[in-house]
Ligand binder design. Structure first.
Ligand code: NDP
Length: 311
């Protein structure tokens, strides 16, 4: 019998993913768009990004849900999720893209680009002597697949780089701190704080007024993971009163960011529309195919998500 992989994503093009996966899966796995499934009972695998409510009920024989992205918060928070393994994407191109964006954002603040942009708007030659990278402390919160790559890329540029996670780990050039007790001190020493934390019950609004108050006066804040990890009102207040010097924000509690949101116009703030990193069919397809084969052969999965931890 032919198994079916059902695809469902608003932003991702079905054709591109089908074309990348088909040569790897061969004849015995049919790839179908959710709207065009011919035999729901044959669907054993689902490749999804935020599928609509009721989606999973249609496929009683599902054995694997593949999240079409790295962040699984929207998926694991659902109450209609079938009791089957969930995997996430973790492909090298996605990691490279995120690490590159994180480095760009760190350099934006380290090299005081907002100051020069404001000066340019005034046609002013506002020279400021650059600081050496090793005099600038960067804290990366969250050292997962993407966060660890971002931290090592930042360290490679010579910044005094620190990371924060729940468990210890070895990363070249990165001093790793663990657990809640370590956070306030780390926030207090960093010139630039980069948020790479997944959204879970433990991290929701983890960066609240107290966390921003603990940050060094004049520090810059970068959020590349999920908007809900931040108390946005507290962030706005910290930027407005000048405690924070600026921010680079790619993610927001409500996307798209409302046109009247105060973050759009605060000085030193760069807003980008959730594009720090995206899943690319060509580089992500091999690991998807590998997990589908693993289910067919009863082998171990890669990049499996823990529902208990939520990431
Ligand atoms: P992972 O799920 O691989 O890792 C999460 C990291 O956060 C781990 O290091 C984990 O610690 C740490 N962590 C989790 N909970 C806590 C906590 N309570 N206290 C301290 N540390 C904690 O994440 P990735 O690095 O792959 O991705 C991070 C996020 O980036 C994704 O969840 C997603 O939301 C976002 N993302 C954003 C994109 C964009 O375009 N802006 C694109 C892709 C992803 P430990 O190592 O100890 O488990």
């Amino acid at each position: 019998m032919t198994d079916t992989l059902v695809f469902c994503s608003g932003p991702d093009p079905f054709d591109a993913w089908r074309d990348a996966l088909a040569p790897l899966l061969g004849e015995d796995v049919r790839i179908e768009d959710a709207e065009a499934v011919t035999d729901p009972a044959s669907v054993r695998f689902a490749l999804v990004w935020m599928p609509p409510e009721g989606f999973f009920e249609r496929f009683p024989n599902l054995e694997l849900v593949i999240n079409l992205g790295a962040g699984v918060d929207r998926l694991v928070a659902r109450d209609d999720l079938p009791d089957v393994p969930i995997t996430r994407l973790s492909d090298p191109e996605m990691g490279k893209m995120m690490a590159g964006f994180a480095l760009f954002a760190v350099l934006r603040h380290a090299r005081e680009i907002p100051h020069f942009e404001a000066a340019q708007a005034r046609r002013e030659w506002a020279y400021r002597h650059p600081r050496a990278a090793d005099e600038i402390t960067v804290a990366v919160l969250g050292l997962g697949e993407l966060g660890a790559l971002a931290a090592t890329e930042i360290a490679r540029q010579g910044f005094d780089t620190h990371g924060w996670a729940t468990r210890p780990k070895e990363l070249p050039g990165v001093t790793v701190h663990c657990g809640d007790d370590a956070l306030p001190e780390l926030l207090g020493r960093a010139d630039i704080v980069v948020c790479m934390l997944p959204l879970t019950p433990a991290t929701a609004e983890r960066l609240d007024a107290a966390a921003f108050a603990a940050m060094k006066p004049g520090a810059a804040f970068i959020n590349l993971s999920r908007g809900e990890v931040v108390d946005e009102a507290a962030l706005v207040a910290a930027l407005r009163d000048g405690h924070l010097s600026g921010a680079t924000l790619d993610v927001f509690a409500h996307e798209p960011l409302a046109s009247d949101h105060p973050l759009w116009t605060l000085p030193g703030v760069l807003i980008t529309p959730h594009l720090a990193s995206v899943a690319l069919p060509k580089s992500a397809a091999p690991q998807i195919a590998r997990n589908i084969r693993a289910v067919q052969r009863g082998e171990e999965l890669v990049n499996e998500v823990s529902r208990v931890r939520g990431y």
